[in-house]
Design a protein around this ligand. Structure first.
Ligand code: GEK
Length: 243
């Protein structure tokens, strides 16, 4: 996917507003997420491999908070199950439009529906795979339990939820270290201290991270039989929850 370079927070001028997934963000999103989320490309590739294994015939794979559809495209190229389709959902019109354009250039044959909607309002049914790749962190804390319950109910027996999140840590030293290492990662990717600090301000109260244990406990509480981390790079992790 071609993308402009992210320099949204490069200018020191003006107050930093709350982060929004608008047209400006959508236009630089692939560059932004790859330079901000350690391991993003590895996770996207693995989502494709997992979908290849778990997607069932006559079922649906959901990509919730799909942005420009990187996870959907990765799944689309790995799914071999017959009559399996992907429903990709985002509530940002700019992201949905961008993804629909990218989809036209993709050659794979698995059917994809791109839907502009709030994922909390969506009906989830007949699912063999559900992907929440760095999306749950933007859902208000009080809605997370009901939302995951709905996903669990919509999954077929033997289905998989792939949940990737930015993590926080109970231990203060660990929290400080992992945050600093994430910033070191971003600096190594070419972001300045100013950009890192302004983005951090923009995401305050927008991206609400939880600890790994909080995620695992909630996944078990809604009924998943197992929830394990399969990938972690500093304070970014991806989990597999099995129904
Ligand atoms: C990827 N999964 O590239 N309903 C629908 N969409 C939402 C909601 C909501 N309530 N809240 C947030 N979003 C992608 C990356 S980005 C992660 C996901 C990030 C959408 C929001 O519009 C945005 O596109 C996405 O969730 C989060 O694999 O930017 O750190």
């Amino acid at each position: 996917m071609n993308s402009l370079k992210d320099s949204i927070y490069a200018s020191p001028v003006g107050e930093v507003g709350a982060f929004k997934f608008d047209e400006t963000v959508a236009s630089v999103f692939p560059d932004m997420i790859q330079r901000s989320v350690p391991g993003y490309n590895a996770i996207i590739s693995a989502i494709g491999l997992l979908a290849g294994r778990f997607a069932r015939e006559h079922s649906v794979c959901y990509d919730l908070g799909c942005s420009l559809g990187a996870a959907t495209l990765s799944m689309r190229h790995q799914i071999e199950a017959k009559d399996c389709r992907i429903i990709a959902v985002d509530n940002s019109p700019a992201m949905v439009t961008g993804f629909q354009q990218a989809l036209q250039k993709d050659q794979a044959t698995v059917a994809v529906d791109v839907v502009c909607a709030d994922i909390r309002e969506l009906a989830i049914e007949n699912a063999s795979v559900v992907v929440l790749n760095f999306t749950l962190q933007f859902i208000p804390l009080e809605d997370r339990l009901d939302f995951l319950q709905k996903i669990y109910r919509g999954l077929l027996p033997g289905g998989i939820l792939i949940l990737s999140e930015k993590l926080k840590f109970d231990d203060d030293r660990q929290q400080e270290l992992q945050t600093q290492m994430h910033h070191a990662f971003k600096k190594a990717q070419g972001y300045s201290d100013l950009e890192i600090s302004r983005k951090r301000t923009a995401l305050e109260n927008v991206l609400i991270a939880e600890t790994c244990i909080q995620h695992q406990n909630r996944l078990l509480q809604v009924g998943f039989s197992s929830a394990e981390v399969w990938f972690q790079y500093f304070n970014f992790a991806s989990m597999i929850a099995l129904k």
